[in-house]
Design a protein around this ligand. Structure first.
Ligand SMILES: [Zn+2]
Ligand SMILES: [Zn+2]
Length: 356
């Protein structure tokens, strides 16, 4: 009987509902994240929001606090699930290495352990927005990674617009779940602010009633604990929200931010604050390149989308034209990938094959 794609998947992902939900290998950490959200909210609803109803002159104001806390929490949990349980933008593996290189230059072959084997160039150059970008060959996935794609060592997959692997959501953050991830982090920060302010408000009511802070703390220790917890957590989620807001406005990923800073290179994806913002928040989410629930044979018969597939061997002009078409197809998201940088390629193959 034919197996489903998720059953034979080579990455380290975990699946639920027959491949309809896809998690990272560390998805169990989600339980910790869930507890970090749910326990404080339950304490808040039980010991603060319920008592606040009595403190407000208009009871509806008290109920509103309750309602806002619950709606906020549901929103955070839904965003967490959407970030964690979906394909982050995995690029399908190729069943065999690209063949085009063998058509270019047989001098690229090298002696490995006495036997002659073909050495693929480790990198290629493509143009993005008129500027050269080096793309790398992934040994594991046997593809040339599209620009901004990186191989996650935790999940063992190449992921498009790879940002980072988030241990808190147990999933890669990439092209398809970045928006949800940002909304999850920013909503969590707002929930922190809300719980902190309402707990502080309740403390103020208690101080008015009992006269001293100490007496108020004795009446509602939960408020004090929640204020401390939210204060500490806000440094984390609030800081992360600020950092990702900066990354979005400058069109960088976390991965690129660390790399650019280290290499001091320019960001070729920056198209101005407004456009960068629109790229994350206004663009329709692309459908997944892999149907994990589908039957294995059907999926394998499709050419891998989004990767640089094996090119036909033959007339170099023909090959070049096909390459341009592929690069355009691959770069739907990347505005002007103009053409492959072929002029130096044969030379590059030689130098990189020998020099690494
Ligand atoms: Zn890979
Ligand atoms: Zn990952």
């Amino acid at each position: 009987m034919a197996q489903r794609v998720y059953q034979v998947w080579k990455g380290k992902n975990k699946f639920l509902l027959k491949g309809r939900l896809i998690f990272g290998p560390d998805a169990s950490s989600l339980i910790v994240t869930l507890m970090l959200i749910l326990i404080p909210v339950i304490i808040f609803c039980t010991f603060v929001a319920r008592n606040l109803i009595k403190e407000f002159a208009a009871q509806t104001a008290g109920y509103a606090v309750y309602l806002v806390a619950i709606i906020f929490t549901i929103q955070v949990l839904v965003l967490l699930l959407l970030t964690s349980a979906r394909d982050p933008g995995i690029v399908p593996r190729s069943p065999h290495p690209p063949e085009d290189v063998s058509g270019y230059d047989s001098s690229a072959s090298v002696e490995v352990g006495g036997a002659q084997s073909l050495q693929l160039p480790r990198t290629k150059e493509v143009f993005v927005n008129g500027l050269p970008v080096r793309i790398k060959y992934c040994e594991t996935c046997m593809i040339y990674r599209p620009p901004r794609c990186s191989h996650c060592s935790v999940c063992d997959n190449c992921v498009e617009r790879f940002d980072h692997h988030c241990p808190w959501v147990g999933q890669c953050i990439g092209k398809r779940n970045y928006r949800c991830f940002f909304l999850f982090v920013s909503s969590s920060a707002l929930l922190c602010v809300f719980v902190f302010s309402m707990s502080a408000l309740y403390m103020k009511f208690l101080i008015n009633d009992y006269g001293t802070v100490w007496e108020a703390v004795k009446v509602s220790p939960a408020s004090m604990v929640l204020m401390g917890y939210c204060f500490v957590l806000f440094w984390f989620v609030g800081g992360l929200t600020g950092f990702h807001t900066y990354l979005i406005t400058t069109n960088q990923t976390t991965y690129e931010n660390f790399r650019y800073r280290a290499q001091n290179s320019i960001n070729v994806y920056d198209r101005g604050c407004g456009n960068n913002f629109a790229e994350v928040f206004c663009r329709r989410r692309e459908s997944s390149k892999i149907n994990f629930h589908g039957l294995e044979n059907e999926e394998l018969s499709k050419p891998p989308k989004g990767s640089i597939p094996a090119m036909p061997i033959g007339n170099p002009d023909e090959t070049r034209r096909v390459k341009v078409e592929h690069s355009l197809e691959m770069g739907n998201d990347l505005l002007n990938i103009s053409q492959w940088h072929d002029s130096q390629e044969a030379a590059d193959i030689r130098t990189r094959a020998t020099g690494g």
